[in-house]
Design a protein around this ligand. Structure first.
Ligand code: BGC
Length: 742
């Protein structure tokens, strides 16, 4: 080594050392760790569910055996537990209180799948911001959200909690939620630490059955299932949660490749990785470890920092260290991550919750934002000129159906703290806001979505037959989606379709409004209706929001974040599928096949005989009360080199009568690549407002990095060649342009 290089090396070492010193938090963490006993360290890695001020909890706290408590939401109790941790333990390390605040704490926003239908990151960010204000007032500083699992199977109950089927849409909406929960500064007492979950591949559960196995090739994992998690890291998500499933045989809580190679090493993540509820222990029934001790060993090796209700760490880590199977250094690594999150949250300086004198729940701002979110989360699927209601021609309106007045069900899944008594249902909103203008008649017909009692239908029909228009609020109860609530049949449950048929027979126009936790198979129902709105579970303010849309105070602007199949047998069905060697054409459906026709292998293509090749509604689809026309695409270059930007633009005109918003979508297809690529991939979107008659130019910038994919050598590459590009209303329409990358 020359003198000069030795000098440079020394200088670098000194600089690095200075830099390390400069980070006061890391220095404090080191100092604290140096004072901790092994048991105290393991205690930090233990997360328990709340049991109030039970003696058992108090003893465990005093022994330093708990690092975090979930599901304790009484701020007085939270403060008392915190006092024990801070004042009655040797080192006074504060606890962190966690809760599933998924789409609202008290003020409930639309389910995440609904929020994704807004294609408006501001909606997601605002909703998470309100959740943070409300939840932190109860002592919660850590939420287990956003859920950013790519979900391509509507049978899976947890699709409700997801942001849909697309990696880019999920990344953008998920990152917005992280920003909303965490705010500008995590140490602000009204900030909630976010948790990107479930890492990873959980949405690929076979047959849409919760907790089921997944088979995900590395290329697909990286192209489809990981980008939303990388986006969460980039957005600064304070924590990650393991998923329950195994990927290719390896459960996430013991997955060294996922948690260490990718999350820690490749992405440099320094937040907390928490297990899911008992997911460390569940590696025993998974069949990859023989007992809890082995489970603890594997999870720690796989860099899982905190054990949520699994009792593996608290019962076995000490023993494993003593036996030399794991090192204290490994434990220190996890403890460092946990303490870092506590420091980032400002808990050492400010451990207690300031209990507000004035209730922070259901503020005017929160309710207004929840209403706006529910408006933008609703997708108009069909409209034969019937919506919005024409006040001139309408006197009597019938409000019917099991979801018309279902305060708890409209809140959706994961609303531990939501209060149905604060819900405003469609019936309530229509009566209170439009009752003076119109004659509102109502009869639920079916008491709940699964109700099969047809006697109620007759009652509803007799009320509806004298109305000028029938509003049929259908869908699914909240309990039919969410964790472990999967369905093999996703048609509308109970006698809802029979009820719709009976309503149709009155000859009156019928609008179906579907309030559900998943896309249902609704081909027949849409056909029978004159207009159809998909509203998901819209939360506290679902009723006023739907009234706004139905009566034209607002114009629908939601677009589907997920494909709606015609029938279950089409699943998995998603827009970004491959072309196959025999893409669908010359479709002959089942009833057109001549009886006795012989088999031929000529001209066969890829589709179902009974469903064709298209879903009922594609990803990105959604109508408006106005019309939007798209001009021919302009592409800045027909040939571009890898380091050049390509500008793709288009003029959008609102040629209808209403001022409205449109979600303009950019799709790309890599025509020839070393691996077959999807027929379209979303590469950008913009939600724009256009006055009636107005035209706006919408520009997207594409770089070669966005045009790449993961190859079988585990490398992200962009290959030269032809790319098709669309600016369109949804994932199926639009004229393609093209350019070449050289
Ligand atoms: C779910 C998680 C949730 C956790 C704590 C688990 O069953 O999978 O999403 O955060 O429970 O409630």
């Amino acid at each position: 080594m020359t003198k000069r290089s030795l000098f440079v090396l020394l200088l670098a070492t000194v600089l690095i050392a200075c830099n390390e010193k400069k980070d006061p938090t890391e220095a404090k963490i080191d100092e604290l760790i140096s004072q901790m006993t092994l048991q105290e360290k393991i205690g930090q890695m233990n997360q328990l569910t709340g049991s109030g001020l039970s003696d058992d909890m108090k003893t465990q706290l005093k022994n330093g055996a708990v690092g975090s408590i979930l599901n304790e939401t009484d701020p007085e109790i939270v403060n008392e537990l915190q006092r024990i941790a801070v004042e009655e333990t040797r080192l006074g390390i504060p606890l962190i209180f966690a809760r599933d605040v998924i789409h609202g704490f008290k003020t409930i926003f639309p389910i995440p799948l609904g929020q994704a239908a807004s294609w408006n990151p501001e909606i997601a960010e605002e909703g998470a911001g309100i959740s943070a204000i409300e939840a932190t007032a109860s002592g919660i500083r850590w939420t287990f959200a956003p859920m950013i699992d790519i979900s391509r199977d509507p049978r899976w109950g947890r699709i409700a909690e997801s942001l849909g089927e697309d990696p880019l849409l999920t990344s953008i909406m998920g990152a917005a939620m992280v920003r909303g929960f965490q705010g500008d500064d995590l140490s602000n007492p009204t900030s909630l630490a976010a948790c990107a979950k479930h890492f990873a591949g959980y949405g690929a559960a076979e047959a849409g059955k919760d907790y089921n196995t997944t088979w995900i090739p590395e290329t697909q994992l990286r192209d489809v299932y990981l980008p939303s998690f990388k986006a969460a890291v980039d957005a600064g998500a304070a924590s990650f949660m393991c998923s329950f499933n195994d990927i290719n045989g390896v459960p996430s809580s013991g997955n060294i490749h996922l948690n260490d190679d990718i999350l820690r090493k490749e992405w440099g993540y320094d937040g907390v990785l928490v297990s899911d509820w008992a997911s460390i222990e569940q590696m025993i029934p998974h069949g990859v470890v023989g007992d809890l001790k082995e489970a603890a060993n594997l999870s720690l090796t796989a860099k899982v920092d905190m054990d949520m209700m699994g009792f593996a760490y608290v019962n076995h880590l000490e023993e494993l260290v003593k036996e030399g199977k794991i090192t204290e250094k490994q434990i220190d690594e996890s403890v460092r991550n946990i303490l870092r999150m506590k420091f980032r949250l400002g808990l050492f300086d400010n451990p207690y919750t300031k209990i507000p004198v004035i209730s922070p729940f259901y503020s005017e701002d929160a309710l207004a934002k929840a209403r706006k979110a529910a408006v933008e989360s609703t997708v108009l699927l069909k409209n034969d000129g019937i919506l919005p209601i024409d006040a001139e021609k309408t006197k009597t309106i019938a409000v019917v159906g099991p979801m018309s007045d279902a305060p708890a069900d409209q809140l959706g899944t994961w609303i531990f703290d939501g209060e149905p008594e604060r819900s405003i249902t469609p019936l309530m909103a229509i009566k209170s806001e439009y009752g003076s203008k119109f004659n509102i008649v109502s009869e639920k017909g079916l008491t709940h979505s699964r109700d099969k009692n047809e006697a109620g239908i007759a009652k509803a029909v007799s009320v509806a037959k004298n109305a000028d228009i029938i509003l049929f609020f259908a869908g699914e109860e909240a309990i039919l989606s969410g964790e472990a609530h999967c369905l093999a049949d996703i048609s509308l449950p109970g006698a809802q379709t029979k009820m719709l048929e009976a309503l149709k027979k009155t000859g009156k126009p019928v609008v179906i409004i579907i309030m559900s936790g998943r896309p249902n198979t609704i081909e027949k129902e849409v056909e029978l209706s004159d207009a159809a709105l998909l509203a998901f579970h819209g939360g506290t303010m679902a009723g006023p929001a739907l009234a706004d849309l139905i009566f034209g105070a607002e114009v629908p602007s939601g677009k589907l974040p997920v494909t709606i199949p015609k029938m279950v047998g089409q699943i998995p069905v998603y827009y970004a599928h491959k072309n196959t060697g025999r893409p669908a054409k010359d479709i002959v459906l089942i009833d057109s096949i001549p009886v006795g026709a012989g088999q031929t292998s000529l001209g066969n293509t890829s589709y179902h005989l009974d469903a064709g090749d298209k879903p009922l509604f594609p990803f990105g689809y959604g109508l408006s009360y106005t019309e939007f026309s798209y001009s021919t695409l302009k592409i800045s270059k027909t040939k571009a080199s890898m380091n050049e930007k390509i500008i793709v633009e288009c003029d959008i005109t609102n040629s209808g009568k209403y001022d409205a918003m449109e979600v303009v979508q950019l799709y790309v297809r890599d025509k020839v690549a070393s691996l077959a690529r999807p027929i379209r991939e979303l590469k950008g979107f913009q939600k724009i407002s256009l006055k009636a008659g107005e035209t706006k130019n919408v520009k997207f910038e594409l770089t070669s990095t966005e045009l790449g994919f993961w190859n079988t050598d585990n490398k992200y590459i962009t290959e030269p060649g032809e790319f098709q590009v669309w600016i369109s209303k949804d994932s199926q329409s639009g004229e393609a342009g093209s350019f070449w990358l050289e």
